[in-house]
Design a protein around this ligand. Structure first.
Ligand SMILES: Nc1ncnc2c1ncn2[C@@H]1O[C@H](COP(=O)(O)OP(=O)(O)O)[C@@H](O)[C@H]1O
Ligand SMILES: [Mg+2]
Length: 242
């Protein structure tokens, strides 16, 4: 019964989306964002990202990258315009359904955001505990995610016992453990040295090759360009190339 209703809803959503860009994983349509203090962080931004794409959101500090990531995470709402993400019209997701939507995303931040008092295993497991996975599933999935980022051996360590590069890889494991549709990263290399930054990018590329759509906000031009991926360029809240 629940399944049928879910299917019907998804069909309805799919039909609505067909009018826009049917295959897009993310469709941003004439989106503007004005913060309460009057700052216009995004101005009439439109672009879409296909399922399985790897895209950099690039531009100087203050151009609106984090605002875009926040809109995609439903941490902020647009002032005008429409965003469809993972087949959902985000304007139709009310406060109570935000966490359900977020379960389809994996998010990586500049400052890792790991819990100090939890081990590597426990940090990664948290994302699965939230969705009520069984112990057995948690164990299997956490081990798999740690294997992807090359940290199986460090499952019992605490974040402080790891290097910055390793901590960020734990954060990536946590982001992918729930098999997200979209992996979002906001300045993920901001606290890493060049070698670790390159390694992290290779890891994102590998995750993308398994089918996850990857969206990375960064101001590091050289690093982004070295990856030979699509670049959506922002300047003062406007898309100047996509
Ligand atoms: N919560 C906020 N309230 C007011 N202004 C904000 C807020 N967040 C960001 N801004 C402003 O919006 C603009 C875009 O910021 P942001 O999206 O963080 O850019 P970026 O991530 O590219 O550096 C900047 O001018 C910034 O000062
Ligand atoms: Mg930012």
């Amino acid at each position: 019964m629940e399944e049928t209703r879910k299917e019907m809803n998804e069909n309805k959503v799919a039909k609505e989306n067909a009018k826009q860009n049917p295959s897009a994983m993310v469709d941003i349509n004439k989106v503007s964002k004005v913060y309460p203090n009057g700052v216009e962080a995004l101005k009439n931004v439109s672009f879409s990202i296909e399922r399985g794409e790897f895209v950099f959101l690039m531009g100087a500090c203050g151009c609106g990258k984090t605002t875009l990531i926040k809109l995609l995470m439903l941490e902020e709402r647009p002032t005008s315009g429409k965003i469809v993400s993972a087949k959902r019209d985000l304007s139709k997701i009310g406060r109570l359904r935000v966490s359900g939507y977020r379960q389809m995303l994996g998010v990586v931040f500049q400052d890792f955001k790991l819990i100090k008092k939890k081990t590597v295993f426990e940090n990664v497991a948290l994302a699965l505990e939230i969705v009520g996975a069984s112990r057995k599933t948690i164990k299997e999935k956490v081990q798999l995610a740690l294997a992807v980022v090359g940290l199986e051996e460090k499952a019992d360590r605490y974040p402080e016992e790891l290097s910055g590069g390793e901590q960020q890889r734990v954060a990536v494991a946590r982001a992918i453990v729930n098999s997200p549709e979209i992996l979002l990263a906001d300045e993920p290399t901001g606290n890493l040295d060049p070698d670790n930054s390159e390694e992290l990018m290779r890891l994102f590329d590998e995750i993308n090759s398994y089918g996850t759509t990857v969206i990375i906000a960064t101001h590091e031009q050289e690093l982004a360009r070295s990856m030979n991926k699509r670049i959506v360029m922002l300047d003062h809240g406007e898309v100047i190339a996509s």
